[in-house]
Each structure stands twice: as structure tokens, then as C-alpha cells.
Design a binder for this molecule. Structure first.
Ligand SMILES: Cc1cc2nc3c(=O)[nH]c(=O)nc-3n(C[C@H](O)[C@H](O)[C@H](O)COP(=O)(O)OP(=O)(O)OC[C@H]3O[C@@H](n4cnc5c(N)ncnc54)[C@H](O)[C@@H]3O)c2cc1C
Length: 443
């Protein structure tokens, strides 16, 4: 516990705060488009808009990359691991095919962005494996593979022998493999986008929270503590932080997700591990574990437990219960790394809707206020793509995928305190079921 307390980092383990920060806004200015939030959604929208010569202003509460975009696990995956059953009934098969296609296209989108802006983010196109840690998880893996294939996400079953031939650590018995996607360093990705946006002429103001906005005759005026931006269009790209501002609180909830990173593995430890192709591994638990190696030869383990903070708050604070659980997961899955020390641990927030689908739309009398949230733990490819789609819509191009997403009616969240009780109750129950499987795997 003392070790974990010392290793907590409040901005995530991937990046340092960029130096120097862009200055804070301290005057009243005009723009064509003002964007709130300098994460993947906000920056990808800004890059598309500025290409067309528009004046684009991004207001970021802290620094670009402060949110989930700079703290995630770095799995650039398509539809593998989506909980199809959460939306299939609602969307029908054709709608679900669109959803799968959307997530799959998110991988291409991000890969194209790396090339277009020459972003080196240690991306390895290794593919991903959804693995079982106990025989009892085979049914769920096979069912998801079958459903995924019907909806457009083809995966390959890797049996015990094939997993061992790839050098996958033995705790991961078998699984479904997809060759698309891989893992990257999220800090390098978002900082590469930040640099590209500044170079392209996007006006990024950091340490500049939006405190309010209002609309007069089609112009939106956004206020920050020491200035304001008036623009023809506003994009709210502050994702999990939206409910704090009274936005989308009836449709999305922020969930806290945590990560833990080991110290770099020695050559002997790496040898003992195998894992030659470094595929990103997720597990078939109700709340998955994710395990991956990084370019700096550390091991990053994420998720395992989720937590909802009362009132949809998003305090930037540690969650030692989650870090302890992740440490146990590392010990369980990698017994050959006995006593490996921890380099860092951190937490962040994802935006979650009850149907697990993205929450995209417009508001305001003139429909010139756009928002992009949701995507839960799968936004590394897709949130940037949604930002790009919104930008294109503002520029006058209709993206059929965006029209499809905007037509989705997100279910309402429960009022508090019911929301807190039901969400954390369900998360607790899921953890208990997962723990039963872990116990069986240990014996
Ligand atoms: C621990 C963790 C692991 C994850 N792992 C993966 C993964 O492996 N693969 C995957 O696909 N997805 C993953 N995700 C999800 C993914 O990171 C997100 O879906 C994605 O980064 C969201 O991008 P965004 O731009 O919408 O939001 P964010 O990156 O959260 O950006 C929102 C920004 O808005 C700013 N902001 C908030 N309020 C204001 C305000 N009032 N004024 C101005 N600015 C404001 C914030 O500071 C923040 O920088 C993970 C998330 C977490 C937390």
C-alpha cells in the first residue's frame, strides 16, 4: 500500500505536463468554431476545421491530454470486446452492423492520423487477443466471436497450442484474436496531436475552463474566468466531464477506470515472459482486465474494477482499491515476474451511456452546439473520428455514420441516489462474479 501511495501520479503515467503550456484566455475574442476540451475529439475536430481556413479556438481546462486521451491503456481496437448484447436488441442487426463498422473504422482513422501528422506514438500493429483465464470463459468467447462475425468483426480462435506457439503467457489459456489494431503510447499520441494543432494554427488556450455558454441570434458565447469566445459553432468535446457542467447528466455517467504500470522488465524477465508479438490482451471477465507491454518494456494493466462517484463527479484523485486489485491481477497472470515493482498508478474517467453507444448530437435553437461523449473504454480510435465527423458537418459535408449516431436515442440515467446505488451495486456484483473465476483459475 505504501508503495502504491508513492507511485500515484495525478496526470497518468504516460506523459509529463507539456512545457510551456499555451497561455490562458484573458480577453474577449471571436472565432468561427470554439471547441471545449483538448482531448482526441476536440483536437481531431480542430485539425479538420483549420484545414479549411476557419478560425478555430480550443479551450482546455488543464492541458491538452489531461483527460482520458492522455491516460488510457493505449489499445487501438475495433469492435473486439464490445458488449454487443447491450445494444443489439435496441439497434437490430442492421443497426448493430453499423455500430461494429463504426468501431472498426476508428482503427483506420487513427492509423491515418499517425501518418498524416507524422506522429510517432510507439504504435505496434500487433493485433489484439481477448483471452480466457479459465475454461469456464470459453462459452462467452465463442458466443461473442459468432455474434461479432455476423455483425462484421471477424476473429480467429486461438487454442492452447496456438497461444503457446505465440509465446502468450500461460495464464491466458485460449482466446479470440484480431489482427487489426494494436497498442500505442497515448501520451505520445495526444501530445503529437497537440503539436500538430498548434502548428496548423489552431488557437489552443490551456488552463482555461469553460464556465458557461449562451446563444444569442445564432452566435454562441462561451465564457471562461477571464475572457470569452463568440463563435458561429460550439463543439462540446469535454466527454466524461460534461455532467459536471449540467450537460448530458441525464444520459451519460462518468466511470472511474484505473491503471498500474510496472518498472521496466529486465531482459531475463522478458525472456521468461515470451509474448514475442506483444499483442494487447484483454480478458473475458465481466469487467475485463487488460494487459500489455510498452515500448519501454514495462507492463501496463488496466480496468478490472470500475467506480461511479456520487453526483457524476470526476475528482482527480487516486483509487487505491483499484490499484491493489490490479496489482493482484499482475501477480496472478504473471507469476514469473514475482515481486516486480510498480512504476506508477493512475485513474481517469470514461463517459458511459446505458446502451454503451456513443452520445453525439446537437443542441440549441440553431442546432449549432455539437456534443460528443460516450464511447466508454473504446474511444481511442472513435472519439477522434467523431470529432472529425462533426467538423465535416460544420463544413457542410454529411457523414452517414454521424447521421446514424446522432439518430440514436440514448436511454435516460436514473436520478440520484438511485443512480449511485444501482451502478455501484451492478459493478460490485460483476466484480464478485469475476473474483469467483479468478479463484478457480488460481486453484
Ligand atoms: C484508464 C483509461 C483506460 C482507457 N483505455 C482505453 C483503451 O485502451 N482503448 C480505447 O479505445 N479507449 C480507452 N479509454 C477511453 C478513451 O481514452 C476515451 O474514450 C477517449 O480518450 C476520450 O477522448 P475525448 O477527447 O472525448 O475526452 P478526454 O480525453 O477526456 O478530453 C476531454 C478534455 O476536456 C477537458 N475539459 C473538461 N471540462 C472542461 C471545461 N469545463 N472547459 C474546458 N475543458 C474541459 C478535460 O480537461 C479533458 O482534457 C480509456 C480511458 C481511461 C480513463
Amino acid at each position: 500500500m505504501i508503495e502504491l501511495k508513492q507511485k500515484y501520479t495525478s496526470i497518468g503515467g504516460w506523459e509529463e505536463e507539456p512545457k510551456p503550456l499555451q497561455s490562458a484566455l484573458n480577453k474577449d475574442i471571436n472565432a468561427d468554431v470554439v471547441i471545449i476540451g483538448g482531448g482526441l475529439a476536440g483536437l481531431c475536430a480542430s485539425l479538420e476545421l483549420v484545414k479549411s481556413g476557419l478560425k478555430v479556438v480550443v479551450l482546455e481546462k488543464e492541458f491538452s491530454g489531461f483527460g482520458a486521451s492522455g491516460r488510457n491503456a493505449g489499445y487501438l481496437g475495433g469492435a473486439l470486446g464490445l458488449k454487443y448484447d447491450l445494444f443489439l436488441k435496441k439497434t437490430g442487426t442492421e443497426g448493430a452492423k453499423n455500430v461494429v463498422d463504426f468501431y472498426e473504422k476508428g482503427v483506420d482513422f487513427a492509423e491515418n492520423i499517425f501518418k498524416e501528422y507524422t506522429i510517432d506514438c510507439d504504435y505496434i500493429q500487433s493485433g489484439l487477443i481477448r483471452a480466457a483465464i479459465h475454461e469456464s470463459q470459453e462459452k462467452s468467447i465463442r458466443n461473442d466471436m459468432k455474434l461479432g462475425a455476423e455483425l462484421g468483426c471477424e476473429t480467429e480462435f486461438l487454442d492452447h497450442n496456438e497461444m503457446r506457439a505465440r509465446g502468450i503467457p500461460p495464464a491466458f489459456l485460449f482466446g479470440s484474436y484480431i489482427s487489426r489494431g494494436g497498442t500505442l503510447n497515448p501520451g505520445k499520441y495526444i501530445q503529437g496531436l497537440r503539436r500538430a494543432a498548434i502548428q496548423a494554427g489552431v488557437e489552443l488556450y490551456e488552463n482555461t475552463p469553460m464556465v458557461s455558454f449562451h446563444e444569442v441570434d445564432g452566435t454562441v458565447k462561451v465564457k471562461s474566468p477571464n475572457g470569452s469566445v463568440s463563435a458561429a459553432n460550439l463543439i462540446l468535446a469535454n466527454n466524461a466531464y460534461m455532467p459536471q457542467l449540467g450537460l448530458l447528466q441525464d444520459r451519460t455517467v462518468p466511470l472511474r477506470v484505473s491503471a498500474i504500470e510496472t518498472m521496466p522488465l529486465s531482459p531475463t524477465q522478458l525472456n521468461a515472459l515470451g509474448w514475442y508479438n506483444r499483442e494487447g490482451i484483454t480478458t473475458a471477465h465481466h469487467i475485463m482486465e487488460s494487459h500489455r507491454l510498452t515500448a519501454r518494456n514495462t507492463l501496463v494493466c488496466t480496468t478490472k474494477k470500475l467506480h461511479y462517484v456520487y453526483g457524476s463527479k470526476t475528482p482527480n484523485e487516486p483509487d487505491f482499491g483499484q490499484y491493489r486489485a490490479l496489482k493482484i491481477a499482475i501477480q496472478d497472470r504473471f507469476p514469473m515476474l514475482k515481486d516486480i515493482s510498480i512504476k506508477s498508478c493512475w485513474s481517469g474517467y470514461i463517459s458511459y451511456a446505458n446502451d454503451a453507444l456513443p452520445v453525439v448530437g446537437t443542441m440549441g435553437r440553431h442546432k449549432n452546439i455539437y456534443y460528443a461523449a460516450g464511447c466508454a473504454g473504446h474511444g481511442l480510435g472513435t472519439q477522434g473520428m467523431i470529432g472529425n465527423f462533426i467538423a465535416k458537418k460544420i463544413l457542410g459535408y454529411e457523414e452517414s455514420m454521424l447521421t446514424f449516431l446522432m439518430a440514436n436515442k440514448t436511454p435516460r440515467t436514473l436520478p440520484e441516489p438511485l443512480r449511485w446505488c444501482v451502478l455501484n451495486g451492478a459493478l460490485f456484483a460483476a466484480s464478485r462474479l469475476d473474483e469467483q473465476v479468478n479463484r478457480k483459475a488460481r486453484t
